[in-house]
Design a binder for this molecule. Structure first.
Ligand code: AMP
Ligand code: MN
Ligand code: MN
Ligand code: MN
Length: 297
C-alpha cells in the first residue's frame, strides 16, 4: 500500500539516453533521495531498464520501478514529448516503433552536426557522439558538448543560441504524430502521459489546444507536478487535467546531479487530484503492475 508519505517520481533519464548516470547509479541515487516509486523514461529507448531492475533487485529495500519511455512526437511543428508508463518491454511492435524513432534521431543528429560544421563549429557530431557513448543522440548531448567547448556558458544557453527553432543547428523534426505514439503505448499495455506541458513555451490558447487534442488522441494523463514550476503553473495544469478528463502524473525529469532538478524533489501530491495510478487506464493496461504496486494513494 502506498501512502502519502511515499515519494513518487515518474520521469527520469539514464545514460541509455541523455541522462548522465548509469541505470544502476540512477536507482542508487533514487534510493538515497528517499524515492519509493521511480519510472525510468529514457528518450525513445527502454535499454536502461534491464540493468536498473537487476541492480534494484539486489537491494535490501528496493524501489518500485516502473518501466517507461519518453517518446518524441510532432504536433504543428512542435516537439511534444509523451511519457509512456507501465509498458511491456518485450512488446515487439513498440520496440520496432522505438527503433524507428532512434533512426530518425540518428539522421537528425548527423544533420545538426553538418549545419554546425557549416557555421564553423567543427567536431560537434563526433563530440556529441562520444558523450552519447552508444546511446541514441539527443540535442542534450550537443548542448553539453557545445557548452563544454566554450560555445556558450551552459547547455540552456546553447539551446537559445544554436539548437532552438530557427537557430543554426536546428533541424525540423520528423517524428510520428501523437495518436500513433499513443496507440503503440496502449497496445504495449502502457498509459500515455503528456510530458512537461508547460515546457513547450506555448501561449495559453495553444497549451489548451494541445491538452485537448492529446486527450482526443486517447492520451490518459498529464504531468501536473514538475521538478521546478510556479504555483500558478501547477494550478493551471491541474485545472487543464480536470477540464479534459485526464488523470495527473508527476516527475522530476532528472538528467544529472548538480542542477536544481533532483530525483523526488518537489514531488508534492495535492489532495484533490486523481493520479494516473488510480485510473481505470492504469488498471486496464497495467493490471500486473497494479497488483504488484498497490499504488492506492
Ligand atoms: P531531443 O530529444 O534530442 O530533441 O533533445 C531534447 C533534450 O534536450 C531534452 O530532453 C533535454 O535533455 C535537453 N534540453 C531541451 N531543452 C533544453 C534547454 N533549454 N537547456 C538544456 N537542455 C535542454
Ligand atoms: Mn533529455
Ligand atoms: Mn522531455
Ligand atoms: Mn524527459
Amino acid at each position: 500500500m502506498i501512502d502519502e508519505s511515499i515519494v513518487v517520481d515518474l520521469h527520469s533519464h539514464t545514460s541509455a539516453s541523455d541522462g548522465q548516470l548509469s541505470p544502476a547509479d540512477l536507482v542508487a541515487r533514487a534510493l538515497h533521495k528517499g524515492v519509493g516509486v521511480l519510472a525510468i523514461t529514457d528518450h525513445d529507448t527502454t535499454a536502461g531498464l534491464a540493468e536498473a531492475h537487476q541492480f534494484n533487485q539486489q537491494q535490501s529495500n528496493p524501489l518500485q520501478l516502473i518501466d517507461g519511455v519518453e517518446i518524441s512526437t510532432r504536433w504543428h511543428n512542435f516537439d511534444i514529448h509523451i511519457v509512456a508508463l507501465n509498458v511491456a518491454l518485450d512488446d515487439q511492435p513498440l520496440q520496432d516503433f522505438l527503433s524507428n524513432q532512434r533512426q530518425l534521431r540518428q539522421t537528425r543528429a548527423e544533420e545538426i552536426g553538418a549545419r554546425l560544421a557549416k557555421a564553423g563549429i567543427e567536431g560537434a557530431y563526433e563530440g556529441a557522439s562520444a558523450l552519447a557513448d552508444g546511446a541514441a543522440l539527443s540535442r542534450g548531448h550537443y548542448a553539453r558538448w557545445l557548452a563544454d567547448n566554450g560555445y556558450a556558458v551552459n547547455p540552456a544557453s546553447v539551446f537559445k543560441k544554436y539548437l532552438a527553432r530557427g537557430k543554426t543547428g536546428y533541424v525540423p523534426n520528423n517524428w510520428s504524430d501523437m495518436a500513433t505514439a499513443i496507440s503503440f503505448i496502449h497496445q504495449a499495455g502502457g498509459v500515455a502521459v503528456l510530458a512537461h506541458p508547460s515546457g513547450y513555451k506555448l501561449s495559453a490558447k495553444w497549451l489548451k489546444r494541445l491538452v485537448r487534442e492529446f486527450a482526443q488522441c486517447g492520451g490518459d494523463a498529464i504531468e501536473v507536478i514538475l521538478g521546478q514550476q510556479s504555483i500558478e503553473d501547477r494550478n493551471n495544469l491541474i485545472a487543464l487535467s480536470k477540464l479534459n478528463g485526464l488523470t495527473a502524473s508527476l516527475g522530476s525529469d532528472f538528467h544529472f546531479p548538480g542542477s536544481w532538478i533532483e530525483l523526488g524533489k518537489n514531488m508534492f501530491r495535492p489532495k484533490d487530484v486523481q493520479w494516473v495510478w488510480q485510473s481505470d487506464a492504469w488498471r486496464a493496461h497495467g493490471a500486473d503492475m497494479d497488483s504488484n504496486l498497490a499504488l492506492s494513494q
